[in-house]
Write a protein that binds this ligand. Structure first.
Ligand code: HEC
Length: 130
């Protein structure tokens, strides 16, 4: 009986560590002071890292997918909702003909939090302005 209680306690501890880890995901620790990452940094890290966006999207030229500058230009012109698109709540407006290729990446994107999607948007907007 005691063993089970111990096991439960360990599990609870592990679970609470995990949620703490999630909250801290956006902070990088330099020395002992936690430094808050900007949404731009977070977005950039996701775009080039776990989001794999960069495999298909370059900044200002077309590769497998349209360049980010082109995407953001069309979203601006048509007042598109980028977050809704990434949540699969809105259809494609840039290049519907190759949407099936983009769709393969939603398996990854659907795991992103609202905050992460917002950060991606900030990053894509910022790099398009330069
Ligand atoms: C396997 C290649 C691939 C990956 C990986 C990929 N995309 Fe795409 N993406 C495409 C293609 C192809 C299109 C053009 C079709 C379309 O417009 O939906 C596209 C279009 C888009 C569009 C325009 C949608 C519209 O309205 O037409 C956005 C925004 C976008 N991608 C964001 C992202 C983000 C953010 C990531 C990373 C989290 C990502 N993509 C990863 C291939 C990819």
């Amino acid at each position: 009986m005691q063993k089970i209680a111990l096991l439960l306690a360990t599990l609870l501890l592990l679970a609470s560590c995990q949620s703490e880890k999630k909250e801290k995901e956006n902070t990088i620790v330099i020395g002992k002071k936690p430094v808050k990452e900007t949404p731009f940094d977070t977005g950039k890290a996701i775009f080039n890292g776990k989001g794999k966006c960069y495999t298909c999207h370059k900044i200002d030229k077309k590769s497998i997918g349209p360049g980010v500058v082109e995407i953001m230009k069309i979203y601006e012109e048509q007042d598109g909702d980028l977050i809704a698109f990434l949540k699969q709540e809105a259809g494609p407006i840039v290049d519907p003909e190759t949407y099936t290729v983009m769709k393969t990446n939603f398996a990854i994107i659907k795991n992103f939090s609202d905050q992460e999607l917002e950060a991606l948007k900030v990053y894509m907007q910022e790099i398009s302005k330069k």
